[in-house]
Write a protein that binds this ligand. Structure first.
Ligand SMILES: [Fe+2]
Length: 704
């Protein structure tokens, strides 16, 4: 080449360089800048095409091909070659002919067969590598050292502009992402319901990560499982797996992120899940969810990024989403826990109210057992009462229908009754004290047990609380969970409450029994004085209860009537023997004296401090000689003034008087006595409803 020609070319090159730097200066839009720069670079070295790849400063293994073929991501082999350029720090020449067979088609694209290429590192103003420029296919011949020098100059002038624009673009992208992430954080923090939260987190993560699907797995410490909610068609199902299974399990256990580019090449990947769902997992990004103090909460699992593998940026992004999700999940779980505690407290309060009432002991034990199972989420509960006199433990089973008893030293309950210590047993069959006999008889399978002594006011064991088989999520008895310290706390509260109720109930029962025997002794004293009418009180009591039942009176009122009937003639203790035991008819004076027994009954019974339900007893007992028309005694009450109970006893009293042998007469037959009762109704003495109820009951229950 002639000297003048060479000089001319140099000048053209310099002009081109100047034009290029002028073009590039002040350009902020990266896409436009890359286009301009590529055009100038291609013109400078006479190349068919120029490609520019950017690296991400933070993570140099990721290559971005912007924007010449946006979305084109370098293959591992390509990036390997480009890394050589970075390592060398200077230009690197590639020729198809000179390349090894594996590298030959490294930079080919559809419609582009790369024969030769010249690569240059791109640096920012601080000398940090930000990418690589590749001039592909010299139009004539091959790239020369001169081309390399020219390109080097162009890059020295324009590279920094390019770097600035790229940094600007990245900053914008980061800002945009941060805005997105803030939106995600806001959305998640507003959701209190756990299920809704899991769904929301999955949805926004999929969106932000530009992936195909996301699952949020939470760790269930009680069962050592990871669980999640998956949408299957229209339905939502809970899926569960062992906490260490698969890639999610690995992440949950290790607390380390997993970025899997090829799931099927990862030995931890569980293909079974894909096989069952018909889904094809390509790549995965799995991030641990951590609660307070780094406690493992679960994992956030994102599947199949829409384009390319998950990048370092994706990891950073997901890390932020995971921290938002962790906080929201922790809050929701805490809310759940609070709700659960509140619910339990309410149930315990209700339990205290329910078992505070006076009721038959069998009913009380059944109610306590049922409430206990409910509160502790147990399958079964039994309350055993310690019968110190007989050295036995007993309880009501089968809804209070059947009583069971065994020696107070037998089985787990016996051990607790003897030692006064609480026992937790995770596996009943492994404990030699466990009495398998009961399971064998009832066909039940006991697994976990919590057995606690129930102490009375004096601190002595008055019974044993036994809770069986804490319910597992599967609902199967064989999966029953062991009871824990929380359960013990709850049971302690319940047992204390139950002990008070049972003790009260037992005391009440004792007092009832004592009172009953006292009343029976009293009423027996009357019968004992008059041998001929000795069955009178028993009969009147039986008839009275028959009428009451026939009339549908409730148990409480029937008890009042029973006591009143037993005591109705109690005033006869104040009648002299010569009159009370007189064979034959009374004189009018004697009759008047005999009539005073009703008033005496009232007087004596008023002195007894009857408990509230029995307060009516004196009035009822003393009113059995009153008549509806007001001609009766002792108070000549009229109609409604006479207590219903007194009207009932009057019928029973008259019927027995008519049909029993007395000192002065023979017994009357039933039909004739019925007739007289009905006449008494017509005379407005007796209550017609009571008489008809009696006749109906007697005819049915005591014919003949
Ligand atoms: Fe009487």
């Amino acid at each position: 080449m002639a000297r003048g020609e060479e000089l001319g070319q140099r000048l053209r090159e310099m002009r081109r360089l100047l034009e290029a730097t002028r073009d590039l200066a002040g350009e902020q839009d990266l896409a436009h800048l890359v286009g301009q720069f590529s055009r100038h670079a291609a013109g400078a070295v006479d190349a068919e095409l120029v490609r520019i790849w950017f690296t991400r400063e933070a993570h140099e293994r990721e290559w971005y091909h912007l924007p010449v073929a946006a979305g084109h991501v370098l293959e591992p082999g390509q990036s390997g070659f480009l890394e050589k350029v970075l390592e060398g720090g200077t230009s690197l020449y590639f020729s198809r002919r000179g390349a090894e067979s594996g590298e030959r088609a490294l930079f080919d694209e559809p419609g582009l067969r790369v024969r030769n290429a010249l690569f240059f590192p791109l640096r920012d103003h601080r000398g940090r590598t930000i990418g690589i420029l590749g001039a592909l296919n010299k139009r004539e011949g091959r790239f020369t050292a001169h081309d390399s020098a020219l390109l080097g100059q162009l890059i020295a002038y324009g590279g920094v502009t390019l770097a600035n624009a790229a940094a600007h673009q990245q900053a914008l992208a980061i800002l945009k992402r941060q805005e997105n992430l803030l939106d995600v954080g806001r959305a998640l923090s507003g959701e209190r319901d756990l299920r809704s939260l899991l769904k929301l987190a999955a949805r926004v993560t999929t969106e932000v990560m530009d992936a195909d699907r996301t699952s949020v797995f939470l760790l269930d410490e009680a069962t050592d499982e990871l669980w999640s909610i998956v949408a299957e068609g229209m339905a939502e199902n809970e899926i569960r797996m062992p906490s260490g299974a698969g890639i999610a399990g690995h992440v949950a256990r290790s607390g380390e992120i997993a970025n899997v580019t090829d799931a099927y090449a990862d030995p931890r990947f569980n293909r079974e899940v894909d096989r069952r769902s018909g889904y094809r997992t390509r790549n995965m990004l799995v991030m641990p969810l951590k609660g307070r103090e780094g406690r493992a909460l679960g994992v956030l699992q994102v599947l199949n990024k829409r384009e390319g593998p998950f990048t370092f940026d994706d990891e950073e992004q997901l890390r932020v989403i995971a921290s938002f999700t962790s906080v929201a999940v922790s809050n929701a779980l805490m809310g759940r826990e609070n709700d659960r505690l509140l619910h339990r407290q309410r149930v315990i309060l209700e339990a205290a109210q329910a078992i505070g009432r006076i009721m038959p002991l069998a009913e009380l034990l059944t109610i306590i057992a049922k409430l206990t199972s409910e509160i502790l989420d147990a399958d079964r509960s039994t309350v055993f009462i310690h019968d110190r006199d007989r050295g036995e433990l007993w309880s009501m089973v089968a809804e209070g229908e059947r009583e069971i008893r065994f020696p107070a030293s037998k089985g787990i309950a016996g051990a607790v009754a003897t030692t006064g210590k609480t026992l937790y047993i995770p596996e009943a069959y492994d404990d030699p004290r466990f009495n398998k006999e009961i399971d064998r008889q009832t066909g039940y399978r006991t697994k976990s047990m919590l057995t606690m002594p129930m102490l009375d006011k004096r601190g002595e064991v008055m019974g044993v609380f036994q809770v069986l088989n804490k319910k597992a999520p599967s609902g199967l008895p064989e999966d029953s969970l062991p009871f824990d310290a929380d359960d013990e706390k709850l049971l302690t509260m319940l047992a204390a409450q139950a002990a008070i109720s049972i003790e009260n109930n037992l005391l009440y029962r004792q007092r009832q029994e004592m009172f009953s025997s006292f009343i029976e002794t009293l009423s027996g004293a009357i019968d004992a004085r008059d041998k001929i009418t000795s069955n009178h009180i028993k009969n009147v009591t039986r008839y009275t209860l028959g009428i009451a039942r026939e009339m549908g009176l409730p148990p409480g009122e029937r008890e009042v009537l029973r006591v009143a009937a037993l005591l109705h003639d109690f005033g006869k203790v104040g009648i002299r023997d010569c009159i009370l035991c007189k064979p034959g008819r009374f004189t009018p004076d004697e009759y008047e004296e005999m009539k005073t027994h009703a008033a005496i009954t009232r007087e004596l019974l008023d002195k007894i401090a009857f408990e509230r339900p029995l307060r009516e007893v004196p009035a009822i007992a003393a009113g059995h000689h009153e008549k509806l028309d007001g001609t009766g005694y002792p108070e000549a009450l009229v109609g409604e003034e006479i207590p219903m109970g007194a009207r009932i006893i009057a019928v029973a009293d008259i019927f027995d008087a008519l049909t029993q042998k007395r000192h002065y007469k023979e017994p009357m037959n039933t039909e004739r006595a019925f007739g007289i009762l009905r006449e008494e109704v017509e005379h407005n003495h007796l209550d017609g409803r009571c008489v008809e109820s009696f006749i109906a009951w007697f005819t049915r229950e005591e014919p003949g």
